[in-house]
Design a protein around this ligand. Structure first.
Ligand SMILES: *[C@@H]1O[C@H](CO)[C@@H](O)[C@H](O)[C@H]1NC(C)=O
Ligand SMILES: *[C@@H]1O[C@H](CO)[C@@H](O)[C@H](O)[C@H]1NC(C)=O
Length: 360
């Protein structure tokens, strides 16, 4: 008995097409990581920044070692009040951005300069070893408990023989403290980086919250288009103090990044990933305050921007609805390899449930 054309088609569909359709359906779903969408194409590191002293001027570097605590030398020092060793911040002291650390690799020295008060060209200056030995620390510092927000941690406080001149800059007694990237009393992460959420113990030095901030050119570009229209303004990404800047795919696509991999070349197979590759867990979006309104070159604070513009469309995190977000906070898994401008960054996992947990 001959089968009707309809029955023949039905058999063809079930025998050949259904398995193929099922396969396509599952691979698409697997690659698209369900509701969070498909993975973006690989992108490239365009800038690396370190901010050796918290809240002070940053340095653009061609390469930097990624330690478990963040990029080497990033937020390794911090100015604190005296005698209670509480952190001083650009939030209420915009002029801190005029303090410029400079790193000399051949001498492994950090030189810190600032304009001397009541003078046009005089400078305050001191130099310290960028990677001090324990014996240097014993000779030139004393151990104190220093506080960033509500987190207090062991730190080495520098002798005023080195830093005393900076009391004039601040107009009060201050101290400089240092924390080594590997220590017996590390500063444990809280918030979305706490052990029960991250799945492991992780630490940092003196950033507010997490070891690394990643930003994209696409997003600063999109923000600058809006600022241009609103006030004929364009701002440098350094106002947001990122560590790693990448080209990026679509503006604000970073909102859903979950895991990042940085490697020397694109498309490397997982079985060839060596110790020159780094993986970072993206813990959360970075909620912003008014600091990006300060021009890091002049310390002048814009009355409105970019805060007003960001508030209009970047209050995107349901964990912190009253603040706009820019950039993603990350915790390196940490092989300690060198990152360089030009390296490839791949997003290996995306998520649709980032939610900011405030506080340290
Ligand atoms: C680093 O320090 C050395 C020795 O003081 C000096 O000769 C050299 O010019 C410095 N390098 C830079 C880039 O400043
Ligand atoms: C720092 O605080 C800890 C815990 O409160 C305390 O045991 C330690 O003595 C303090 N260290 C200094 C140098 O004050």
């Amino acid at each position: 008995m001959a089968l009707s054309a309809t029955s023949q088609s039905a058999i063809i569909v079930s025998a050949f097409l259904l398995p193929i359709l099922t396969y396509v359906y599952y691979t698409r779903n697997f690659n698209s990581q369900s509701a969070a969408g498909a993975l973006p194409p690989p992108t490239e590191i365009t800038k690396l920044f370190i901010y050796p002293i918290k809240s002070c001027h940053g340095i653009s570097v061609p390469s930097a070692r990624l330690l478990p605590t963040g990029l080497d030398l990033d937020r390794t020092w911090m100015w604190v009040t005296y005698p209670d060793y509480k952190f001083l911040t650009i939030r209420n002291l915009a002029k801190m951005t005029l303090i410029r650390p400079d790193y000399n690799a051949s001498t492994d020295t950090l030189t810190v300069t600032a304009p001397a008060p009541n003078s046009i060209d005089a400078k305050l200056q001191f130099s310290v070893p960028a990677h001090p030995s324990l014996s240097w620390l014993e000779e030139n510092t004393e151990v104190v408990n220093a506080t960033v927000w509500s987190s207090t941690t062991k730190a080495y406080c520098y002798s005023t023989k080195l830093t005393g001149g900076f009391n004039d800059f601040f107009g009060k007694e201050v101290r400089l403290v240092y924390k080594p990237p590997f220590s017996d009393e590390p500063r444990k992460l809280g918030s979305n980086g706490a052990k029960d959420l991250l799945g492991r113990d992780a630490n940092t030095l003196f950033p507010d919250m997490m070891p690394v901030l990643v930003g994209t050119e696409k997003s600063i570009g999109e923000l600058n288009e809006r600022l241009k229209k609103a006030e004929d303004l364009s701002i440098d990404v350094r106002r947001f103090r990122p560590n790693i800047l990448v080209k990026g795919d679509k503006p604000w696509d970073e909102d859903r990044w979950k895991t990042l991999r940085i490697s020397p070349q694109a498309g490397r197979k997982w079985w060839k990933l060596g110790t020159d590759c780094e993986v970072l867990d993206v813990t959360q979006r970075c909620a912003r305050c008014h600091v990006p309104n300060v021009d890091p070159e002049t310390a002048e604070e814009h009355k409105r921007q970019p805060w007003d513009t960001l508030m209009k469309y970047r209050r995107v995190d349901e964990g912190i609805k009253f603040k706009p977000c820019f950039g993603m906070l990350c915790v390196p898994r940490g092989h300690g390899s060198m990152l360089s401008v030009g390296m490839v960054m791949q997003v290996t996992k995306v998520t649709d449930n980032h939610k900011y947990i405030p506080g340290f």
